[in-house]
Each structure stands twice: as C-alpha cells, then as structure tokens.
Design a protein around this ligand. Structure first.
Ligand SMILES: C[S@@+](CC[C@H](N)C(=O)[O-])C[C@H]1O[C@@H](n2cnc3c(N)ncnc32)[C@H](O)[C@@H]1O
Length: 184
C-alpha cells in the first residue's frame, strides 16, 4: 500500500479559488446529496479547501489526511466546529464498521485508490452509504494537474469501485477531470 504526499510548502495553492474551475461546490454536493444528519469523511483532505464547503450541510466531517502537516495547516486556518482532522492513511482508517454515511474525495483518488484503500472504504461506509469522487482524468488534456500517467480514467475508477461492492450511480469524464457518484 502506498500514498503520495503533497509538498506542504505549496499548500497555499490548494486554497486558491481558481480550483472551482475544475470542481464547483454545487457539483460536489450533488454527487452525494448531503443530509444534515450525515457523518462524512473527506479522503485526502489537504488544507480542507473542499471540506469547508461540505461542512455546513452535514452533521460532522472527518478531514482525513496522511500528512500531519496538512492537518496542522487546516487547524491553523480554522476548523468549522463540526470538522475534526485525522492523520491516517485511507487504507487504515480509525473508524468502526459502517461508521460513515458518506465519503468524498477531491483531486486525490489517483493517490490512494488501491485494493487495501477501497476495501477499507467499503468497511467503514454503512450499507447504502454514498461516495462522491472528483479527480484528474487520465483521458484529460494534461494541461493542469498531475502527469497523465499518474491518473486513472473514469472507466477504471468505475470498475475498481464495482469490484469492491459499490454501485456506481453516475460517472462522467470531462475535459480534464472525472466525477463519479456511487453507493454501497
Ligand atoms: C492533491 S492534495 C488534494 C487535497 C484536497 N482533497 C483538495 O482537493 O484540496 C492530496 C492530499 O491527499 C493526501 N493523501 C494522498 N494519499 C493519501 C492516503 N493514502 N491516505 C490519506 N491521505 C492521502 C495527501 O497527503 C494530500 O494532502
């Protein structure tokens, strides 16, 4: 199992609103249709840029990142009162079985989505729980984001999630990214 890290000295770039060009708040929320009673995890939350956007719509959000420095950055920025930072690898989450109603991830799926991580996600999400994924696409232009050969295309993401028991309810490739919604 492995993970990529993001250079902490470039963390300010994750806070730049140009990022909404690739994923808006509206489309992210639409992927999992949050409820005010939901317990949610942001997988690979970084500085909490999108965590902040989801927090007002749910009961609680766990901002999960393998880099402790990202949690520190987010805490210094200021956590919404219903957000907790957790330093953990997605393949080894400190949650009970069925603990989460939803998990979402922005621009990070390609960094963690191996068999142990997807198995762990299936363990901690409750039956009927939802996932929302937005990530750079291997079928994109490569003008922005990580190198094309580091990314998955949407077909690969769909088949990997289905292989771990998820039903994919929508999946769309765009110019540079893909968006995917699913449930257990
Ligand atoms: C490109 S940043 C994106 C952060 C955030 N999702 C956003 O859109 O602003 C990816 C983050 O995922 C974290 N990450 C990568 N692999 C991970 C893993 N296996 N488990 C937990 N965090 C991981 C990195 O430490 C990094 O902070």
């Amino acid at each position: 199992m492995g993970f990529h890290t993001y250079p902490i000295e470039r963390a300010d770039a994750l806070e730049d609103s140009w990022r909404y060009e690739f994923c808006s708040v509206e489309e992210l929320l639409a992927l999992f249709d949050p409820s005010p009673t939901d317990t949610v995890a942001d997988l690979g939350s970084g500085t909490g840029f999108y965590t902040d956007d989801v927090a007002p719509y749910v009961e609680a959000v766990y901002a999960v990142d393998v880099q402790e420095a990202m949690g520190e950055y987010y805490r210094e920025k200021g956590l919404p009162e219903n957000v907790s930072t957790i330093t953990a690898e997605i393949a080894d989450l400190p949650f009970e079985e069925n603990a989460l109603d939803t998990a979402f991830s922005t621009m990070t799926y390609h960094e963690f989505a191996d068999d142990p991580a997807l198995s762990e996600l299936a363990r901690v999400l409750r039956p009927g729980g939802t996932v929302g994924i937005v990530d750079w696409s291997a079928a994109g232009t490569g003008e922005d984001g990580p190198a094309l050969d580091e990314r998955f295309d949407v077909e690969r993401a769909v088949s990997d999630l289905e292989a771990h028991g998820f039903e994919v309810t929508s999946a769309n490739a765009r110019r540079e990214t893909f968006v995917l919604a699913g449930r257990l």
